[in-house]
Write a protein that binds this ligand. Structure first.
Ligand SMILES: *[C@@H]1O[C@H](CO)[C@@H](O)[C@H](O)[C@H]1NC(C)=O
Length: 323
């Protein structure tokens, strides 16, 4: 009997290690990708609001969602022209989607007064909102910790954290008042929201803050059962923002050597697929990145001491020391 138990446990760990070494997402998300609810069935007929939809992951999410039957998509960001481009490309991806199914709703996330009005407009247009995917964020700058001015920290927290918290509060209150209906808040954090990343402050701390806000909220909502919170943690994701821009010589950026992308950057499409699968299955948190990111994440989470030693060792190779 004991042998059997040990064998089962060993087999379980072997499978986990296997997934970790081949998959591009955490084990639980991977299981749901294979055996869970699919995107098409969970999002059918839903009204989904994506912020930060003018490029990168947000754009990828819109383009993945447009494949779903009867879905209504609201795309938000600051730049209206870019949103119109995303809408056009979405309509090209699925010719049977009606113009009216995609609402372009531009606004500036740090203009807090626009949040309630934006939600109002959505409810007026589609009659409801089911899912908010908050993806708007700025990277800020790559800088030395001691050199960034405090104004940068404040501005980045304003955009990446406070504006998002304000918008989610408004939407959460709307969900709470819609008795008997399901609501879902999904927030795009980052692998940088789970462990410190050198030269990436204050971006990294803003992502940490999101976990504090939304993990706490998830506990507060436990009793409600009809409102869900998902925090998504992608690693580096390519954006096609440069694809069609020209370089100084007039060559398309895409065709130059510069864009030979490293193999371990995830495409926006794959990232969107994983994010939507996670939301479809109401997962609490999902990590997604190609090798070798995730084994490090697990190491950092479960073996901090080993992770610390290993990362100190690796920093020797990747970081130029300036003493
Ligand atoms: C396109 O959109 C229509 C209408 O929402 C939907 O029924 C269909 O499944 C979608 N097809 C594809 C291939 O994306």
């Amino acid at each position: 009997m004991l042998d059997l138990i040990v064998a089962v446990i060993l087999a379980f760990f072997a499978i986990c290690v296997g997934i970790l070494l081949c998959g591009d997402c955490d084990i639980w998300t991977f299981m749901h990708l294979k055996f869970g609810k699919d995107i098409a069935s969970r999002f059918e007929g839903k009204v989904v609001w994506v912020t930060g939809a003018s490029s990168g992951i947000g754009e990828g999410l819109a383009k993945e969602l447009v494949k779903v039957k009867n879905v209504k998509i609201i795309i938000s960001a600051r730049r209206k022209e870019e949103l119109e481009r995303v809408k056009k490309e979405c309509l090209e991806l699925n010719k049977s989607t009606k113009q009216e199914s995609i609402l372009v709703l531009p606004f500036d996330m740090v203009d807090y007064d626009s949040h309630a009005k934006a939600l109002e407009k959505i409810v007026k247009t589609f009659g409801k909102l089911d899912i908010l995917i908050s993806n708007a964020a700025a990277m800020g700058q790559y800088a030395l910790w001691e050199e960034a001015p405090i104004s940068t920290d404040k501005a980045l927290f304003d955009l990446n954290v406070f504006s998002l918290v304000n918008l989610n509060r408004i939407v959460l209150n709307y969900f709470k008042n819609e008795r008997g209906r399901q609501g879902h808040l999904a927030v795009v954090s980052s692998l940088a929201g789970k462990l410190g990343v050198p030269y990436l402050t204050p971006y990294t701390p803003t992502k940490f803050a999101l976990h504090g806000y939304f993990d706490s909220l998830r506990h507060e909502l436990r009793k409600m059962e009809r409102i869900h919170v998902t925090v998504l943690c992608p690693g580096p994701v390519e954006t096609n923002i440069f694809d069609n821009s020209m370089t100084g010589t007039g060559a398309r950026f895409k065709d130059t050597m510069l864009t030979k992308r490293p193999a371990n950057i995830m495409t926006a499409a794959r990232c969107a697929e994983l994010c939507l699968t996670s939301i479809a299955n109401k997962l609490e948190e999902s990590w997604m990145a190609p090798l070798p990111n995730l084994p490090f994440m697990y190491l950092a989470a479960y073996q901090p001491f080993l992770y610390s030693k290993l990362s100190a060792f690796m920093m020797k190779f990747f970081v130029v020391d300036e003493k």
